[in-house]
Design a protein around this ligand. Structure first.
Ligand code: PGA
Ligand code: ZN
Length: 422
């Protein structure tokens, strides 16, 4: 066997597994002639942007969620196409997947198939070269741990309450180490549970999709007030700030063109004023998808009016350079969400990050609400030198696998925490 054979792909196979929401998803295995093997999992969103890559699923199985067709696509199309390719050539492999699919949104082979394959290839390449995955992705310049964004109150499509805003987020930037920031967040999360039980009863200590609580709160103010007072009570004021992911497409009424939130129907201008008012009342430094995914203009207006707050595009861009370029031209955002499965390959994800950074946008590497126990996004966040990493509450295995990997990277591989410099 030559050295090149060692890296050359021998087998590719797919497996239907189960995600954190109890839905099937796909795991793709890649193995080289040298016997190096790894898998990649496709996560899945609930509040998806309309321009995301399409997941191939079985209409007639598991309520339309099965992935046997996707597994067949791995065997029938992906395997023959990338067999014999070198796992170190991520760009060529991803390019082959893109061409094999041939559609603008990966609807033929499936974005779930292409991203799981792309991730598996990167993991095998890192393993075969004996380097940590974050170093394989980012080289020696990957030397900072991003600030975690911990979604501890779930609303919108992720929670069972009346909150329209989807996520209320802790931002523990004011600590010297990642581990301190995580443990402070754990203390807040634990305290929050006590407060929720004493105010609303034990039945409301249940968790939403991303591990946050889903108490019977009815307004943005109530949720931000609850978090602010808990942070203050624990002595973390100034060290832990707040953020929201409005996921506003989900409460935008397209026929009236109004945002239906907290018992009101607001025009884009009124919603903008509401956000500015919130920022004056709370230590609110992060706002994701404040307007619907087609309203770049309102994003730009808000972005021009706020200081000390990062306005972030998720559904707005869907990790796709085509939409990002439009946003950058209008200065619509100060940050971008990076979700590899929104676009379908790692190479396209890397290109998106490069252009976002060139356009002075911060990088927020993110999980999905439907996850697996794989910790890939932790390494991706460090590898991409992301400013922030967004991976839910500090609870439930599919979320903690990412945080625990970041702890490992900090303690075992001695990387520094970004902290306030994010
Ligand atoms: P999703 O939600 O994974 O359900 O899309 C996460 C987000 O909107 O950030
Ligand atoms: Zn979002």
């Amino acid at each position: 066997m030559t050295l090149d054979d060692f890296y050359s792909i021998k087998n590719v196979d797919g497996l239907e597994i189960v995600d954190s929401r109890g839905n099937p998803t796909i795991r793709v295995f890649v193995r080289t002639v040298g016997g190096i093997a790894a898998y990649g999992d496709a996560p899945a969103g609930a509040s998806k942007g309309s321009r995301e890559a399409i997941e191939v699923r079985d209409p007639d199985r598991v309520g339309g969620m099965g992935v046997e067709r996707a597994v067949k696509n791995v065997r029938d199309y992906v395997y023959p196409a990338i067999r014999g390719m070198d796992v170190r050539d991520q760009l060529a492999i991803d390019h082959t997947l893109i061409q094999l699919d041939g559609t603008p949104n990966k609807s033929k082979i499936g974005g779930n198939v292409t991203i799981a394959t792309s991730i598996a290839v990167a993991k095998v390449a890192a393993k075969a070269q004996g380097v940590e995955l974050f170093n394989y992705i980012g080289g020696s310049s990957a030397n900072l741990i991003p600030v975690p964004l911990l979604n501890v109150i779930n609303g919108g499509l992720h929670g069972g309450n009346k909150l329209k805003v989807q996520e209320f987020i802790l931002i523990p930037a004011g600590f010297g180490e990642f581990s301190e920031s995580l443990i402070a967040s754990v203390e807040i999360y634990r305290k929050l549970k006590q407060v929720i039980i004493s105010k609303y009863g034990k039945i409301y200590s249940g968790l939403g999709d991303e591990g946050g609580y889903s108490p019977p709160l009815e307004s943005v103010d109530q949720a931000l007030e609850l978090l602010s007072s808990t942070i203050e009570e624990l002595g973390f004021k100034g060290k832990v700030s707040l953020g929201i992911d409005a996921a506003a497409t989900d409460f935008f009424n397209t026929s009236t063109e109004k945002y239906e939130i907290d018992g009101r129907a607001l025009s884009p201008g009124e919603l903008l004023d509401f956000y500015i008012e919130l920022a004056s009342k709370y230590d609110l430094v992060y706002m994701e998808d404040p307007f619907n995914e087609n309203d770049l203009q309102s994003f730009a207006e808000l972005n021009s009016k706020v200081q000390n707050m990062v306005i972030v595009g998720d559904d707005l861009y869907t990790t796709n350079v085509e939409y990002l370029r439009k946003g950058l031209r209008l200065r619509a955002t100060g940050g971008v969400i990076v979700k590899p499965n929104q676009v379908g390959t790692l190479s396209e994800t890397y290109q998106f990050c490069k252009e976002a950074l060139d356009g002075f946008n911060k990088i927020v590497v993110s999980h999905r609400s439907g996850e697996t126990e794989d910790s890939f996004v932790a390494d991706l966040a460090v590898g991409l030198s992301a400013h922030f990493v967004k991976t839910g509450a500090p609870a439930r295995g599919e979320r903690t696998s990412k945080y625990n990997r970041l702890l490992e990277i900090e303690k075992i591989h001695h990387l520094r925490y970004r902290g306030k410099s994010a």
